[in-house]
Design a protein around this ligand. Structure first.
Ligand code: BGC
Length: 767
């Protein structure tokens, strides 16, 4: 192949600063005409009708014998504001008709659902999508989800989850973008843009709900719902940025978290719900509780009964009670007794009405019902796109070139492949948790796709399940080993159960391959056949043994409905893996919480050999383990490709920049650039990552912090120059006076392929 040598320049401000600077006011959430209509409507509403706007029902309170089993009647009387878990155009339209035609003031309902990574077309789980480092892809996937969901009357999704997750024991890591606030902010904005589109009143737009506010991912010991203690500094520096970015991008609703934050449940935490969200950020949208969490403040121990729970939450700034059933029961009474001012209910109702007006529901309450009921049809173009997104979510962790050629991509002439493992043919697990109206019957598994590929080339696949995902029962090792022995290459599909081990209430104290999959892996590897391990999971697993015994490892997350075709195209090199980790993969559970942007401590273990236990005091008295290295097995930002990229030394536009000048916006920012070259034989995409370390500041800054990234596509031999801007947005941080400012400091900047590698340069931030 002729090598093309071209030099292109990719200049742009860092992704986040460019989108945040381009902020318009949130569409329709500051419209004076809408405000007038709300004022007029509120003037006609009884107290009960206002309270109704704060009442959100879910299916669990509407079944026979439950609190709202007469929900149809309640809707007709105007006692319900919003509803979740109803799908299907005929169904949503029928309930809407009750609200619009029967209730006194004809106020429409708002239908919600957890549309997390697709509605009918199921994309990879959010952690997988984030691994693409491609916000454009995520925005497009979210737009598709919005179009499909709104066709069935769903105008509100409880997504994106933007919780920073630094602890892989926490099962909900799968629902977010990982451990980093900068990348997390970029992804948060992408989801909001995709769901909400250019205009909220576009019938194909869906209101985003940014969740879970805030600190949910910092649950102690990674145990879901557990308490959270975070300093205000860490809250502002790490946990709040993705929420702020989503709100600035116009995200119209926020969900409070289940956890307590510094002793006060997030659901009734005035500091976050009112001080930060409303007073500092000017958020005009609606805040909804998490499922039942208003009533759960009784269990937290800050409310003695439902009435107190309702009072504390509404006074803290919580607008809508999701399924707690305490606003519906007590709010009117609390107002009448003087315990809650009516203005608090007016305000909550106003915010919900603002959303409904902004969505255009008063003018167009119904969705165009399809001729026949049943699930919406799958659009082949969307399915094709789901495949492309999946291909961009696979992280190649290892591809050992031991003398000959690396195992991947597979040779097109391969004759016999043994496909082994309980996830090779499990359609349901490929969908991951939260699958909305996705259907396992539409999933193409790895087994199906691989078999059809090998049939075309005259080869064959010998499939052996080997074992179950979760249990040691059904030990079919002998069959698996026999399959491996007959094959040229073995592909093992191992990992987690998508529903039981991933997402809510799925914390794990052990992070190895579940059941007896590790033993299966070892038994198969003992055949000496080359093994390609594909890991399906919603979090990093402990792959320490595999990393030293298996030549190729591909982290596939839960890839969605096109899992099989996307994997097969990747395995055979039709596309090269291009994703990178957005979470650190630990060597052992004891390292958790584990994240790259840690503080240095007073006793960093720099220069100490951590691969063996300390042998003397000099080696021991450092911030280290005596029985495990500090470093992750695979670091944040890491991921291999089938080609190879090189980075040239960095060029800085100046060696100094002025802190006060940047703070006052009078100084020019710095520019830093590098040239990235595809030095390998194949086309590929490379995520170029920029990290900073700032020293000499009033509050310690992490050893590295991501402050920019760009994704490049490079032909073999092609080079592109990438330039990043380093200005106030990148250099400011929350200082000791809790101000977001640039401080005089010494700074190192790295640009490279991961958080652990890269070219570096130093500059000074002068007074
Ligand atoms: C989850 C939320 C979800 C809500 C509504 C809760 O259990 O924590 O993330 O949006 O249910 O279904």
């Amino acid at each position: 192949m002729r090598l093309v040598r071209v030099l292109l320049l990719v200049v742009a401000p860092t992704f986040l600063s460019s989108i945040l600077q381009a902020q318009a006011p949130p569409p329709h959430l500051d419209d004076p005409i809408i405000e007038q209509r709300i004022t007029h409507l509120l003037g006609q509403m009884t107290l009960e009708e206002k309270v109704a706007q704060t009442v959100h029902l879910a299916d669990s309170s509407t079944g026979p014998g439950s609190a709202h089993s007469d929900y149809r009647e309640q809707i007709a009387q105007g006692h319900v504001g919003s509803f979740e878990n109803i799908t299907g155009a005929p169904e949503t339209n029928a309930l809407q008709k009750l609200a619009v035609e029967k209730s006194r003031l004809h106020i429409p309902l708002l239908f919600a659902l957890d549309v997390i990574h697709g509605y009918r077309t199921i994309f990879p789980v959010p952690l997988g999508m984030a691994s693409s480092w491609d916000p454009g892809l995520v925005e497009q996937a979210s737009r598709i989800a919005a179009k499909e969901a709104t066709s069935e009357g769903i105008r509100w999704t409880f997504s994106p989850m933007v919780d920073i997750a630094r602890d892989a024991r926490w099962g909900r890591m799968v629902e977010g973008a990982g451990e980093d606030p900068y990348l997390g902010s970029a992804m948060a904005v992408a989801y909001v843009r995709g769901y909400q589109g250019a205009r909220l009143d576009d019938p194909q737009s869906m209101l985003a709900c940014v969740k879970h506010f805030v600190g949910y991912g910092a649950a102690e010991a990674g145990r879901d719902y557990n308490s959270v203690d975070i300093s205000e500094h860490t809250l502002r520096q790490i946990y709040l940025p993705p929420f702020h970015a989503a709100v600035k991008a116009g995200g119209g609703s926020v969900m409070s978290a289940f956890n307590s934050l510094n002793g006060v449940p997030a659901t009734s935490n005035r500091f976050i719900l009112t001080h930060i969200l409303r007073e500092e950020w000017g958020f005009p949208g609606v805040v909804i509780s998490d499922y039942g969490s208003v009533a759960e403040t009784i269990a937290h121990g800050i409310a003695l009964d439902g009435k107190i729970a309702a009072r504390k939450a509404i006074l803290a700034g919580l607008d809508v009670d999701l399924e707690g059933n305490v606003y519906s029961r007590y709010l009117a009474e609390l107002v009448r007794s003087g315990a809650v001012p009516e203005s608090a209910v007016d305000q909550a109702a106003r915010r919900m009405l603002r959303i409904k007006f902004a969505l255009g529901l008063f003018d167009h309450p119904y969705t165009a019902a399809p001729a026949a009921s049943g699930k919406p049809r799958l659009d082949p173009a969307n399915v094709e796109f789901a495949r492309a997104v999946a291909e961009h979510s696979f992280v190649l962790l290892k591809n050992e070139d031991s003398g000959g050629s690396p195992p991947l991509p597979l040779s097109r002439d391969v004759r016999t492949i043994a496909l082994i493992g309980p996830l090779a043919d499990s359609a349901s697990d490929m969908l991951g948790p939260w699958r909305a109206r996705g259907d396992a019957a539409d999933v193409v598994t790895l087994r199906t796709a691989l078999t059809s590929r090998l049939q075309q080339s005259g080869g064959k696949v010998i499939y052996a399940k080997g074992t179950e995902i979760l249990t040691a029962e059904g030990n079919l090792f002998a069959e698996a080993v026999a399959a491996a022995k007959q094959a040229d290459v073995v592909i093992m599909a191992l990992g987690e159960d998508a529903l039981w081990m991933s997402a809510e209430a799925a914390s794990r104290a052990h992070l190895g391959l579940p059941g007896n999959q590790q033993q299966l892996l070892e038994a198969v590897a003992a055949t000496g056949k080359p093994v390609v391990l594909i890991v399906f999971s919603g979090r990093p697993l402990i792959l320490t043994w595999a990393a030293s015994h298996v030549p190729a490892i591909l982290q596939a997350w839960f890839p969605g409905m096109q899992a099989g075709p996307a994997l097969v195209r990747t395995l055979f090199g039709d596309v090269s893996p291009s994703a990178k980790l957005t979470v650190s993969i630990p060597r052992s559970v004891g390292q958790e919480p584990l994240y790259y942007n840690e503080l240095n401590t007073g006793r960093p273990a720099d220069g100490i050999d951590l691969s063996r236990p300390p042998r003397n005091d000099v080696e021991k008295y450092h911030s280290r383990y005596v029985d495990e290295p500090n470093a992750p097995l695979f670091p944040f930002g890491y991921g291999l490709s089938y080609t190879k990229f090189t980075y040239s030394p960095l060029e800085l536009s100046a060696s100094q920049v002025s802190a006060s000048g940047l703070n006052q916006k009078t100084a020019h920012p710095l520019h830093v650039s590098t040239t990235v070259r595809n030095a390998g034989p194949r086309p590929g995409e490379e995520v170029v990552e920029l990290y900073l370390r700032i020293r000499g500041t009033s509050v310690a800054f992490p050893v590295k912090q991501l402050e920019g990234f760009r994704k490049l596509t490079l032909a073999p031999g092609e080079s592109k120059r990438v330039e990043f801007t380093l200005g106030r947005d990148e250099l400011a941080f929350w200082n000791i006076d809790m101000q977001l400012l640039v401080e005089p400091a010494n700074t190192t900047v790295w640009i490279g392929p991961s958080s652990a590698e890269g070219e570096s340069a130093d500059f000074v931030i002068a007074q």
